[in-house]
Design a binder for this molecule. Structure first.
Ligand code: XIL
Length: 325
């Protein structure tokens, strides 16, 4: 399995998340994935709830299509994600026994990793396990079905299962809000380093930290702290990659040019800090064109104009932050 594929000489692999519906339905959608990407990953199709809307069957078809298409193009693919607090099926919420929850978790990881073994360069083993506001009463980990049923040990359980099931895939711990300036972000970076250290102390393999990189035009990147974070991980033998880069722009007033300029500044600052720490394994955006982005649905602009979170505009033309990349 190519470790996140072959970038252009001197570069790091660039990738983007891909969505099944436009892949099937929009004839223009696939082209930039072929021309721009060393790597693609199914944005949603490997999430627990989409893979297993019912308990008995795994719905591997859509992710198989996307992954095999990428491999046929000579690209790498990666998996997102085994453990997440969101997008879980109702039947999983109804599993209340600890021992049964553990069996479900291990079985899910084993069967899914086994199905894709040899085809995925890496897996997000756990996604967003750090508390939104760590340091508050709830402790360092975020509330989830897995934390409620199994406690913090669901994290090492998941890493151990993934390592057994796919020894060739790099195992990633993925999270958000790890790049900005301020106490809350310092705490989140510290919690991430703690979790990785604890996994290593217990002899679990964790190959890399994924920084999602959902940036905000109005938040300041802490380049120094981000670089230090990368160096600290490197000293622990742990890699780093940007996994879900995009820009949330609801706070920016002005026209499309002003929005795009603000985005290219924050992306540039982010990449400067990232590359100053250790060479990232990959830089991956959460889509390519503004035509398809979760940001428009979840954090729309207040002036009613469309969000512009990604490197290409809705017509597929590269924007200022494409140049920053
Ligand atoms: C989002 C997708 O982009 C949407 O299409 C979906 O409806 C919800 O999930 N952090 C993550 C991603 O780890 O999985 C989320 O993706 C965005 C935030």
């Amino acid at each position: 399995v190519p470790a996140h594929a072959a970038p252009r000489p001197g570069g790091v692999p660039f990738g983007a998340a891909i969505q099944f519906e436009p892949f099937e339905g929009d004839p223009d959608y696939r082209r930039p994935y072929v021309s721009e990407c060393d790597l693609v990953l199914p944005m949603n199709e490997l999430k627990f709830g989409l893979l297993r809307p019912e308990r008995g069957a795994f719905r591997f078809g859509p992710a198989d299509r996307l992954v095999d298409w990428a491999l046929a193009n000579g690209q790498a693919a990666r998996g997102h994600a085994f453990v997440w607090w969101s997008t879980n099926p109702d039947w999983l919420e109804a599993v209340t026994e600890e021992a049964e929850a553990e069996r479900v978790l291990l079985d899910h990881i084993e069967r899914t990793a086994d199905h894709f073994r040899g085809r995925l360069a890496s897996w997000d083993v756990v996604n967003e396990v750090i508390a939104h506001e760590p340091g508050e009463a709830g402790g360092p980990l975020r509330d989830s079905i897995w934390l409620r049923r199994l406690g913090p040990r669901h994290v090492p359980l998941a890493f151990a299962a993934a390592a057994r099931a796919d020894p060739s895939a790099r195992l990633v711990i993925n999270d958000y809000d790890l790049e900005f300036t301020g106490d809350r972000y310092d705490r989140r970076r510290a919690v991430m380093l703690d979790i990785v250290r604890q996994l290593q102390d217990a002899n679990h393999r964790v190959d890399a930290v994924g920084i999602q990189g959902h940036l905000y035009s109005h938040l300041k990147i802490d380049r120094e702290a981000l670089a230090r974070f990368g160096r600290d991980l490197e000293a622990m033998g742990v890699g780093l990659l940007a996994t879900e880069l995009d820009v949330i722009d609801f706070q920016v007033r002005g026209d499309a040019d002003a929005i795009d300029e603000a985005a290219s500044v924050v992306v540039g600052d982010f990449l400067d800090g990232l590359f100053a720490g250790q060479r990232p394994e990959a830089v991956i955006t959460w889509g390519l064109s503004d035509r398809y982005s979760w940001v428009s649905d979840v954090m729309p602009r207040t002036d009613g104009t469309p969000a512009r979170p990604l490197p290409f505009d809705p017509q597929g033309r590269p924007k200022a932050w494409y140049e920053a990349l």
